[in-house]
Design a protein around this ligand. Structure first.
Ligand code: FAD
Length: 182
């Protein structure tokens, strides 16, 4: 699947990158597709590999080669971007009307279609679009309840792909709108 970057990384003439580093369309490491840990492995490799060092110089500031895992004010990695994006997506569901008008439904479909096209991690975006386009997975935009549960299912699809625990979609509204009941 798209989590294995090796398929995008197999050109014998290209510098070799650590496993987990996903390349962008320009053939350079895609920061928003790669975790900080894997990106750090890349910067470490740059110390010993001239080819990779050239690639890094074009994608990160020089100070990043000695940066810790959590430098402040850096472009987001795949995880930080994902957390921010899910917060936005679930919050949009939480503020969606209990019963949506035809215009609101159409706007939400457009938003999700464009989101799937524009999401900066291209491997994430492709998988999200593929999932959304499968029969039975089309966005359910008739009401807040339906949209919220659909979003939760979309998120669970990614959770499964990444080997994370699935979330109980009966609780999406407590997590993202009302707060926990206790
Ligand atoms: P996140 O998964 O970001 O979740 C944030 C919070 O949401 C959790 O703490 C929890 O409270 C809550 N939550 C968890 N699951 C659900 C759910 N099902 N419904 C409602 N709330 C929930 N990363 C990759 O490495 N590869 C990918 O292909 C990839 N695809 C992505 C596709 C999309 C559309 C998005 C938005 C993100 C994608 N990500 C991908 C990022 C990934 O999903 C996580 O955001 C990232 O790994 C950080 O995970 P996290 O454990 O901090 O929590």
């Amino acid at each position: 699947g798209s989590q294995n970057p090796d398929q995008h990384n197999g050109d014998a003439a290209a510098p070799k990158y650590p496993k987990g580093v996903v390349l962008g369309e320009d053939g350079k490491p895609c920061r928003s597709c790669t975790s900080k840990a894997d990106f750090l492995a890349l910067t470490r490799m740059s110390a010993s590999t001239e080819g990779a060092s050239t690639a890094i110089a074009k994608t990160t500031p020089p100070s990043a080669s000695t940066a810790s895992l959590d430098p402040p004010d850096c472009p987001p990695d795949v995880e930080e971007l994902g957390r921010g994006a899910w917060t936005l997506l679930h919050s949009i569901s939480a503020s969606y009307p209990p019963r949506a008008s035809p215009t609101q439904q159409s706007e939400m479909r457009q938003f999700l279609g464009l989101f799937g096209k524009l999401y900066p991690c291209w491997v994430c975006a492709e998988d999200f679009q593929d999932w959304m386009n499968k029969k039975g997975n089309e966005p359910r935009v008739e009401s807040r309840d339906r949209l919220g549960k659909w979003m939760c299912e979309a998120h669970n699809e990614v959770n499964r792909k990444l080997g994370k625990q699935e979330f109980d979609c009966g609780k999406w509204e407590e997590r993202w709108r009302t707060g926990w009941k206790d």
